[in-house]
Each structure stands twice: as C-alpha cells, then as structure tokens.
Ligand binder design. Structure first.
Ligand code: COA
Length: 134
C-alpha cells in the first residue's frame, strides 16, 4: 500500500477531508466552509494520500508548541482501517518536528476507541474536563 503524507491541502483535498468527515458521527454536520475554516485555524494538519491521490486519512492538531497539543478529527477512510494507518497517523503526530517540544498530547475520545490510543501510549488523565457550550 503506497501512502504519502501531506501537511498542506489544496481545494480538492479539502473537499475530500470534508467528505471523510461527513461519515463520522461527531463531524457529519459540518459544512465545507466550516471545514475550510477549521483547517485554516489548525496549527498542523496531517493527510494520508493513497496511490490515486485521494485523502484516505486525516487529523489535525491545535497547539502552543511547548506544553499542549490537542489532536482532533482522527479519521481513516473505512476501507483503509485495520491496516496500521491509524497508528501511523498518530505516530506521525507524536514524531512531527514542529511538535517535538510538546509535553502533553491530548484528545477527546469515546470509551470504545480508547484502546486504540492506549495501545499507542496514551493514558487517562486524572483532571476533569470542564466545558462551556454556546
Ligand atoms: C479509530 C481509527 C482511527 C483507527 O485507525 P485504524 O487504521 O483502523 O487502526 P490501526 O489499523 O492502525 O490499528 C492499530 C492498533 O489499534 C487497534 N485498534 C484499532 N481500532 C481500535 C479500537 N476502536 N479499539 C481498540 N483498539 C483498536 C488495532 O487492533 C491495532 O492493534 P494491534 O497493533 O494490536 O494490531 C479508525 O478506525 C477510524 O478512523 N475510525 C472512525 C473514526 C474514529 O472513530 N476516529 C477516532 C475518533 S477519537
């Protein structure tokens, strides 16, 4: 399986990310304009591109480059799941030179996915998350 990794997305690739998001429960209501804004507003983007030039994996990171990095929207396209691509995208985040000083990588995830991240060294933090919704 030939996969290339990219950090910059053209218009077609951004639409492909929007399409990936449209199949996932937490982000399937996002418009293309929102996805464009979210990508512009993220610090580091990760895309897996298959041999046909299609985006088949994505995640994005918000960070202060020193203390914290929040990982969002980790998605591998369904036919490519269970092939190691999910592990590769998270490993790429943890090893990215721009994020080399970051002390804590954090993410939201439902219990049923937590095993995937725990396999990669993530653990549950004791501190409780507070939120303010509007
Ligand atoms: C979760 C997801 C990113 C995993 O990617 P993937 O490419 O299927 O995972 P990999 O093939 O790299 O698996 C790596 C390891 O994690 C394990 N794993 C994969 N999904 C898992 C899950 N849901 N729970 C526990 N372990 C899991 C695999 O068995 C594998 O273990 P191994 O090293 O012992 O073989 C992918 O399934 C996905 O995109 N799901 C839909 C979107 C989603 O839920 N994203 C996460 C939001 S928090």
């Amino acid at each position: 399986m030939t996969i290339n990794w990219i950090h910059k997305f053209d218009n077609i690739q951004t639409k492909q990310v929007h399409n990936l998001m449209s199949n996932e429960w937490w982000c399937n209501k996002r418009t293309l304009a929102e996805v464009e804004k979210v990508m512009e507003g993220s610090n580091v983007l990760f895309g897996a591109v298959d041999a046909n030039g299609k985006i088949v994996g994505f995640c994005r990171v918000l960070t202060d480059y020193v203390f914290k990095a929040l990982i969002f929207d980790v998605i591998i396209e369904a036919p490519y799941r269970s092939t190691g691509l999910g592990r590769e995208i998270i490993t790429n985040v943890l090893n990215n030179p721009k994020l080399s000083e970051v002390k804590s990588f954090e993410l939201y995830c439902p219990d049923k996915i937590s095993g995937f991240y725990k396999n990669l060294g993530f653990c549950e933090y004791e501190s409780k998350l507070l939120g303010y919704k509007r």
